[in-house]
Write a protein that binds this ligand. Structure first.
Ligand code: ATP
Ligand code: MG
Length: 428
């Protein structure tokens, strides 16, 4: 026998039961995003490596140790499986001049790739729902994105203790960050011996990144470090006040977290995350913020922007814990055929019913009526439609309700179809 093949570690198959839940979540997400005027965009899964290095920053966990980068053996190009999608959406917006007649609201869904240690809620291929508002510089855009996520969580049944909690911070303007950076460098230099290896390296290049270290031994040192909010200038403060006012007007609860910095270099002013205590160590369900300099950094004309990404696996784990979705829809009817000559009319009837909009399951081959009946039952279908030798000869079908207390009845196939047509007209 040939040896078994298996999926790549940290990259999951979604079997039908799972995939059906995903489909439901996907449709809720697109519904909510559309309500706010966001339009879909789909970009390739592979981009040239500089797209991500330039956007995310050289000195970040993602670029330093999580990217699937490789050289295309056929032409020597440096390529990367996308670890996130903001960089790619901005690349596409610039390449196709999407902002030429004004700002754009875009959303995407798809797989992302990061070489991390797989565990619950953390995978090497995972998926994100994300939005990017390109060309918007007012806090109302940040607020609206927070409304969207709040609305989505509600629509998915994430209420009460299942509702993730919103944390907010401001990373200020570049000049605020420069002053903060100075203070950080001074502080960490005076505690140099307590820095782990990563942080010592980052001290010279990107001291802010020390703040998102996940090393527990660094936690106390980071807790006492100078915090960004103390360095915010007037513009940043005013911007944040307007955002907070919008959230309060909508009754959206939040917590200001002065230590929230996000793991990517492109953010400024608003940053936010939704965290949950229901998924163990993988607490962040959604992360986002403003990135006013990214479009220019990626080679476009300057354009302010703001966006977020939701981790689909974590969101769906949470939805399943909260049991916030009805089970996926069963077929309307299951066609059962047995005996001489029954297969052909049954096969034909299935297609005629689908013409009328029904979901119908038909099993080819010759299995016993009993075993087909069992399958019909476990499929969750409302009706079993039976065609045996007798029905087949008479041009009839037996309709057997599988749920509720309707009566079994045998009738001409033409009558069943006529009933269906009448019902369709009534609904029209
Ligand atoms: P974390 O701190 O958990 O590593 P992150 O800050 O690296 O998250 P972002 O880059 O902000 O994550 O991505 C947005 C969201 O995507 C996260 O909040 C999370 O829900 C999800 N996500 C990120 N990395 C993974 C992963 N490896 N597996 C599953 N989901 C992920
Ligand atoms: Mg990460």
């Amino acid at each position: 026998m040939n040896s078994k093949l298996s999926a790549v570690k940290g990259m999951n198959d979604l079997l039908p039961e799972q995939a059906e839940v995903w489909e439901q979540v996907e449709s809720k997400v697109s519904e909510v995003f559309r309500q706010y005027g966001y339009r879909p965009i789909r970009t390739p899964i592979v981009e040239s490596t500089p797209v991500f290095v330039r956007a995310i920053g050289e000195v970040t966990d993602i670029v330093e140790k999580e990217m699937y980068s490789f050289t295309d053996a056929l032409n020597g190009e440096a390529l990367t499986l996308r670890p996130e999608n903001t960089a790619a959406v901005v690349r596409a917006a610039i390449e196709h001049n999407l902002l030429y007649d004004g700002p754009r609201r875009l959303w995407y869904f798809g797989p992302m790739f990061r070489h991390e240690r797989p565990q619950k809620g953390r995978y090497r291929q995972f998926h994100q729902f994300g939005v990017e508002a390109l060309g918007f510089d007012q806090p109302e855009s940040d607020a609206e994105q927070i409304f969207m996520v709040t609305r989505l969580f509600k629509a998915l049944g994430l209420t009460g203790s299942f509702a993730p909690k919103l944390q907010l911070n401001s990373l200020g303007m570049p000049e605020d960050r420069a002053r903060h950076r100075e203070a950080l460098v001074q502080y960490f230099q005076s505690h140099h011996s307590q820095l782990d290896e990563d942080s010592q390296r980052r001290l010279g290049s990107n001291p802010l990144r020390i703040l998102d270290s996940k090393n527990p031994e660094m936690a106390e040192l980071i807790r006492l470090a100078p915090q960004l909010p103390e360095f915010l200038g007037e513009h940043a403060k005013h911007f944040q006040q307007r955002l907070l006012k919008s959230l309060e007007d909508q009754g959206i609860a939040f917590e200001l977290n002065p230590r929230l910095v996000r793991g990517l270099d492109y953010y400024n002013l608003t940053v936010f995350e939704w965290v949950t205590d229901r998924l163990g160590a993988q607490a962040t369900v959604c992360g986002g913020g403003r990135y006013d300099s990214l479009v220019e950094r990626m080679g476009g004309k300057p354009a302010a922007a703001t966006g977020f990404a939701i981790g689909a696996e974590r969101l769906i784990l949470l939805v399943q814990e909260a049991q916030g979705l009805a089970s996926p829809q069963a077929p309307d009817a299951y066609l059962i055929h047995f005996g001489q000559g029954a297969c052909e009319p049954a096969f034909k009837l299935a297609e005629q019913l689908r013409d009328r909009g029904l979901k119908v399951v038909f099993d080819p081959g010759q299995t016993s009526a009993k075993s087909q009946m069992k399958k019909a039952d476990s499929s969750g279908a409302d009706l079993a439609l039976l065609i045996g030798e007798d029905e087949s000869l008479a041009g009839e079908v037996t309709v057997k309700p599988l749920r509720g207390q309707g009566q079994q009845a045998t009738m001409p196939v033409s009558q069943l179809l006529a009933t269906m047509d009448r019902r369709e007209q009534d609904h029209a």
